[in-house]
Ligand binder design. Structure first.
Ligand SMILES: Cc1cc2nc3c(=O)[nH]c(=O)nc-3n(C[C@H](O)[C@H](O)[C@H](O)COP(=O)(O)OP(=O)(O)OC[C@H]3O[C@@H](n4cnc5c(N)ncnc54)[C@H](O)[C@@H]3O)c2cc1C
Length: 435
C-alpha cells in the first residue's frame, strides 16, 4: 500500500484523570461508573454520540445471561441497577421474568445519568486513535475530535472498545475472532400474533417462503419484544453475513457453527462492504415480507441500527485465557469477579476470573467486554451484553484501586478487588444468586 509521512506535532491535553475508559458500550459505561463511584477521577471516551454501544446504537436489545437456566439471577451490581432504572422509566420489556429486552433510547438516557451522577467526564464524538505510552506502559489515549487531535492522560486505562483498539495499539498480543456481522433494525406496524399463527398453521408454506427469501439474498426476520410491542413495534436481530457475497441463512443448529463468519471487523474494506450490503438486503427483505408474510402487511421501517453488528474481533491475550474446558467444567477461580448465566455446559454458570481482564504483558491497562481473554468458543458467551457489564464493572473497580494504591493491574491483591465488588452488590459466587 502507498504510504505518506505524517509530521510530528504537539498535542493539547484535553483531560487528566486517574482512570480513562475508552469505549462507552455496556462494558465501558459500567467500567466508568464503577471507577468513579470508587472515588477516581474518571473520563470516558466514546466515538459516537451515545452510550450503550451495540445495546443502543446496534439495536441489540435482549439481555442474555442475567439468569441461569434454573431462573436464578446471577448478576447484580451495575447490570441489575441498569435494569431497575430502565424498569422505572418504562424502558424494559419482559417476555417472561427472565427474558428482558431493553429500549435502545431509554438505555442511552439511563447510562448518561449513571455516568453523570457518578461524576464521569463524558467525552462524546471522540475517537481513540492511539495509546499514549509513557515509560513502557499505557498512560492515556490520543483522541481525534472535532476540536482536533488531543490527549487524555490517566494512571490506568480500560480498553472497552469491543475491538481492543487501545490494547492493540499498545502492542498487546491478541487473537482474532471472526463471527458473522449483522445489522439490526426496528419495525412498526407488525402483528406478531398473525406471524406466529402463520408459522404454526402453515409451516411448509412458511419454509418455502424463507427459501425464496434466502435465494434472493434476503435476511430472515423474527419480531422480538420491545416496550412498545403493544403498538406493533419490534426489534429484529439479524444473524448477518458470513462472507462477501455470502449468505444470511441460519445454516446449522449448533450455536457455534451458526455464527461462524469470515469478514474482519477491523478491516475498513469489510466493514464498508457489510454496512452497505446489509442495508440493501434489509430493504429488499422488508419488501418481501410486506408482500408475502402474514403479520407484516403493514410493516414500517422505523430504524436501521447506526452501529454495525460486530460480534467478535480482537481478543486481547490476558494472564489467563478463559476456555471452553473451564466453561464445561464450571470451573471456579480464586479471583472470580462475576458470573454469567449462559452456560453451554448446561444449567450452570460461567465464572469469570479477574486475570482474563489483565493483558499478558502490557501495564497501565485493563480490558472489558468483548475483547477480554477467552478462546473463540467461550467468546460466544462472554461477548453478550450482561457479561460485558460484569467485566466492565470489575475493570472499573480494579482500575480505581490500582490508581489509588499506585499499583499495576497484575499486582492488585484480589481481596481488595473482592471487597470493592461486594460493596457494589456484584454477585461473585453461585451461593449469592437470587431466586
Ligand atoms: C447482531 C448481533 C446480535 C447480538 N445479539 C445479542 C443478544 O441477543 N443478547 C446479548 O446479550 N448480546 C447480543 N449480542 C452481543 C452484544 O451486543 C455485544 O457483544 C456487546 O454489546 C459487547 O459490549 P462491549 O461494551 O464489549 O462492546 P460494544 O457494545 O461494541 O461497545 C463498544 C463501544 O466502544 C466504542 N468504540 C469502539 N472503538 C472506539 C474507539 N477507537 N474510540 C472510541 N470509542 C470506540 C463503540 O462506539 C461502542 O460504543 C449481539 C451482537 C450482535 C452484533
Amino acid at each position: 500500500m502507498k504510504t505518506i509521512q505524517e509530521p510530528a506535532r504537539e498535542i493539547p491535553v484535553l483531560d487528566e484523570v486517574d482512570v480513562l475508559v475508552v469505549g462507552g458500550g455496556p462494558a465501558g459505561y459500567c467500567a466508568a461508573v464503577a471507577a468513579a463511584r470508587q472515588g477516581s477521577r474518571t473520563a470516558l471516551v466514546e466515538r459516537y454520540g451515545c452510550l450503550g454501544g451495540l445495546a443502543t446504537g446496534g439495536l441489540v436489545l435482549y439481555m442474555d445471561g442475567i439468569f441461569d437456566r434454573t431462573g436464578r439471577r446471577v448478576m447484580g451490581g451495575l447490570c441489575w441497577e441498569s435494569m431497575e432504572r430502565l424498569q422505572d422509566v418504562g424502558g424494559l420489556a419482559q417476555d417472561s421474568p427472565t427474558r428482558l429486552h431493553v429500549d435502545s433510547e431509554w438505555l442511552q438516557v439511563v447510562a448518561d445519568s449513571m455516568c453523570h451522577d457518578a461524576g464521569v467526564h463524558l467525552w462524546f464524538h471522540a475517537w481513540a486513535a492511539a495509546a499514549y505510552m509513557d515509560e513502557g506502559r499505557v498512560a492515556g489515549a490520543i483522541v481525534e475530535t472535532k476540536s482536533g487531535r488531543q490527549a487524555i492522560l490517566a494512571d490506568i486505562c480500560i480498553d472497552a472498545t469491543g475491538d481492543g483498539d487501545l490494547a492493540a495499539n499498545a502492542d498487546a498480543a491478541f487473537d482474532m475472532g471472526y463471527q458473522r456481522i449483522g445489522l439490526n433494525l426496528k419495525v412498526g406496524g407488525v402483528s406478531r400474533d398473525a406471524w406466529r399463527a402463520f408459522n404454526d398453521e402453515e409451516p411448509e408454506r412458511a419454509r418455502e417462503l424463507m427459501r425464496a427469501l434466502l435465494d434472493q439474498g434476503g435476511v430472515p426476520m423474527r419480531p422480538a419484544t420491545t416496550p412498545h410491542s403493544d403498538m406493533g413495534v419490534y426489534w429484529i436481530n439479524i444473524l448477518g453475513l458470513d462472507e462477501r457475497d455470502g449468505t444470511t441463512d441460519h445454516p446449522a443448529d449448533d450455536l457455534h457453527a451458526m455464527f461462524e463468519g469470515k469478514l474482519s471487523a477491523i478491516d475498513v474494506h469489510d466493514l464498508s462492504y457489510a454496512q452497505y450490503e446489509l442495508r440493501q438486503r434489509i430493504a429488499r427483505s422488508l419488501a418481501f415480507y410486506k408482500e408475502n408474510i402474514p403479520g407484516f402487511e403493514d410493516v414500517r421501517l422505523l430504524a436501521i441500527a447506526p452501529q454495525l453488528g460486530v460480534r467478535e474481533s480482537r481478543r486481547i491475550r490476558g494472564i489467563v485465557e478463559l476456555t471452553s474446558s473451564d466453561v464445561r467444567a464450571e470451573r471456579a477461580f480464586a479471583d472470580t469477579i462475576g458470573l454469567h448465566g449462559l452456560s453451554f455446559a448446561g444449567g450452570g454458570v460461567i465464572n469469570v476470573p479477574y486475570r482474563c481482564l489483565v493483558p499478558e504483558a502490557v501495564d497501565g491497562l485493563l480490558t472489558a467486554g468483548r475483547c477480554v481473554s477467552t478462546d473463540h468458543w467461550t467468546m460466544q458467551a462472554l461477548r453478550l451484553i450482561p457479561p460485558a457489564m460484569v467485566t466492565g464493572e470489575a475493570a472499573g473497580v480494579a482500575a480505581a484501586l490500582c490508581a489509588s494504591e499506585g499499583c499495576q493491574p497484575r499486582d492488585l491483591p484480589y481481596e481488595a478487588l473482592a471487597a470493592g465488588l461486594a460493596e457494589a452488590d456484584v454477585i461473585v459466587t453461585p451461593a449469592e444468586a437470587v431466586s
